[in-house]
Ligand binder design. Structure first.
Ligand code: NAD
Length: 311
């Protein structure tokens, strides 16, 4: 056994079908907070209001946007400051949690996360913010949600196309965990196994429990392992060319996960995930610019742009 170090992250986790409706109110009450800012999207607002009907919600922020643009982070912080909240509660995918994290970085108030995708941000100390076409990321224990309610029922309405790419995003977290300390690698391996079995069922709308459980395991592993070259490449492309986060992961993962290409490609095809950067909105001129900016990733970028599978 080699020597290793390990710092784990994560607050209190409640996992189970129906828990957002049966446990959220009591779990938040146990945190003894008095004013909550609800952060969500316009799409999820009715659900978020329903789930938090018995909580002391002081204001609702629905301006969430992907990659946390600086203007959105500022607007959310203004809302939180004006309402004097002592808790941020996100209902939604990684963009909603990400906006809560941007506020928590300044306000240092606890976050409660109710995820509706498999992005996994709720388990990590990683925050991100986009300014002038550049996405900055960092790590801080202050942004790790104090409470996470994982309710697979909330992901039932996630369309198959978003399920597929969000699931591949989770798989990227699991794969990253494999390279970390022994316990994290163990969690990463189990996450790969559970996601491989669960994602096809989730896309076919048969069962969402395994997919969300796998996403939870994967995010827990990623939280410890931290970003690697794959994640850094995804963030660069997302920030500069506005590429959507989860689809970018889905396309790049089979190219960057050395040794697992075949299995990942087969899974991506089986669940209908996109397989080229061109297909998710990257343009010819973006590719040329990206190769100039990131020469070390030129081969991966050119192959992934065309969806040309490595031999
Ligand atoms: P997202 O939150 O933007 O959601 C993607 C889309 O799915 C949106 O249109 C949303 O409205 C819709 N959606 C969400 N839940 C739904 C549901 N249950 N039913 C129907 N539609 C639903 O995207 P995401 O992929 O969840 O998160 C991406 C963001 O999270 C990026 O900014 C990324 O950088 C960040 N992220 C951060 C970490 C971290 O550790 N900090 C990890 C993963 C992702």
């Amino acid at each position: 056994m080699e020597s290793f170090t390990r710092t784990s992250f994560g607050g209190h986790v409640v996992f189970g079908p129906g828990t957002a409706r049966t446990e959220l109110t009591d779990e938040v009450a146990a945190l003894r907070v008095s004013k909550v800012l609800l952060l969500t999207t316009e799409r999820a607002e009715p659900l978020a209001r329903e789930l938090t009907a018995k909580l002391p919600v002081a204001d609702v922020f629905t301006g969430v946007r992907e990659h946390v643009p600086a203007a959105v982070a500022c607007a959310a912080l203004d809302a939180a400051t004006m309402a004097h909240v002592d808790c941020l509660l996100s209902v939604g995918g990684g963009s909603s949690v990400g906006t809560a994290k941007a506020v928590a970085l300044s306000m240092r108030v606890p976050i409660v996360a109710v995820p509706t995708t498999y992005a996994g941000s709720e388990m990590t100390p990683v925050w991100g913010r986009t300014e002038n076409d550049t996405k900055r990321t960092g790590r801080s224990p202050d942004v790790v949600p104090r409470l996470v309610i994982y309710d697979p029922e909330l992901t039932v309405g996630l369309p198959p196309a978003i399920t597929a790419v969000s699931g591949m995003n989770a798989l990227a977290h699991a794969v990253r965990g494999l390279a970390a300390d022994p316990l994290t690698a163990l969690v990463g391996r189990e996450a790969v196994r559970v996601l491989k079995a669960g994602l096809p069922k989730a896309v076919a709308e048969q069962d969402r429990v395994e997919a969300l459980y796998g996403a939870y395991l994967a995010a827990s592993a990623f939280a410890v392992a931290g970003s690697g070259p794959h994640h850094k490449l995804c963030h660069s492309l997302g920030g500069v060319y506005g590429l959507p986060h989860a689809p970018t992961h889905a396309v790049l993962l089979p190219y960057t996960a050395i040794g697992a290409t075949d299995g990942l490609r087969k899974l991506a095809e089986r669940i209908g995930a996109p397989t080229s950067l061109h297909a998710i909105g990257m343009r010819d001129e973006d590719l040329a610019d990206a190769v100039d900016r990131l020469p070390e990733a030129a081969d991966v970028l050119v192959a992934a742009y065309e969806g040309k599978w490595p031999a």
